[in-house]
Design a protein around this ligand. Structure first.
Ligand code: C5P
Length: 245
């Protein structure tokens, strides 16, 4: 059995939707976790919810058995990243992110800390180039293009021990052609045909169905659900669209 297959069966998510709980207000966040989060395969928390109501988020995720994706995108010296992961505050945390730009020694240290947790360790996912970066900005960093950044940083991160990568839907075909089925691919930039987001900052967005067809394992969905008049109904509609009851 390849590593990717065993990671997928170890995570055993009930569906490939990950609700991005980008909510600062604890009462609303906990309500969404309890209602929409419980219908989702996974729930993602970034720094905003984690710093404002992280303790309650962890407590309730544990109580309701909701797998958490802690998206804090660590990028630090290997020792600090290792110790951060070694002290993760809850077994509900099943997925974490690091920046590939931290380099191979940082990624290897992160992987060692994950391995030390045993069979139920969290999945280690690397970010290559953040989606807001334009070609011009990538050039200022010293990266000639998004495709080069994904290719180069992605290969390095997977070789150093990342289980998978965060990629936009547009990058999925390239990723599957380069690295095959093994890496676990997490994809934000999910949009529904009939619901526009005001001031949308997602570039290269795609529908849930198209992203899965292109090879995504996990679809990270935030505003299309959070801004819906009824977030639970919206999540149900997405699950129906992808054929998951
Ligand atoms: O756009 P949406 O609200 O669905 O975003 C869900 C997640 O996608 C966010 O929490 C963020 O991690 C990620 N995102 C991204 N690029 C953007 C905007 C958001 O990768 N430009």
């Amino acid at each position: 059995m390849d590593k990717g297959t065993s990671l997928r069966s170890r995570l055993a998510l009930k569906n490939p939707l990950c609700l991005s709980l980008d909510v600062a207000e604890p009462t609303r966040g906990l309500d969404l976790l309890r209602t929409v989060g419980r219908l989702s395969g996974m729930v993602k928390a970034g720094p905003v919810p984690f710093l404002s109501w992280g303790e309650r988020l962890l407590r309730d995720a544990e109580k309701w058995g909701i797998p958490l994706f802690l998206d804090l995108k660590w990028h630090d010296i290997p020792n600090t990243v290792h110790d951060t992961i070694a002290h993760l505050p809850s077994p509900a945390i099943r997925m974490i992110t690091i920046h590939a730009l931290g380099g191979p020694s940082m990624i290897r240290a992160a992987r060692r800390a994950c391995e030390a947790m045993g069979a139920d360790r969290p999945a280690l996912i690397a970010v290559t180039a953040l989606t807001h970066l334009t070609t011009e900005e990538l050039g200022e960093i010293g990266l000639p293009s998004r495709e080069t950044a994904v290719r180069h940083l992605g290969s390095m991160a997977l070789e150093a021990g990342a289980d998978g990568l965060v990629l936009s839907p547009r990058e999925l075909p390239l990723a599957r052609s380069l690295w095959g089925i093994e890496p676990y691919l997490v994809t934000p930039g999910i949009r529904l045909k009939d619901s526009a987001i005001a001031g949308d900052d997602q570039t290269n967005a795609d529908t849930p169905k198209a992203a899965l067809r292109k090879g995504a394992d996990l679809l990270v969905v935030g505003r299309p659900v959070l801004q819906a008049p009824n977030p639970g109904d919206r999540l149900d509609a997405i699950l129906r669209e992808i054929g998951t009851p």
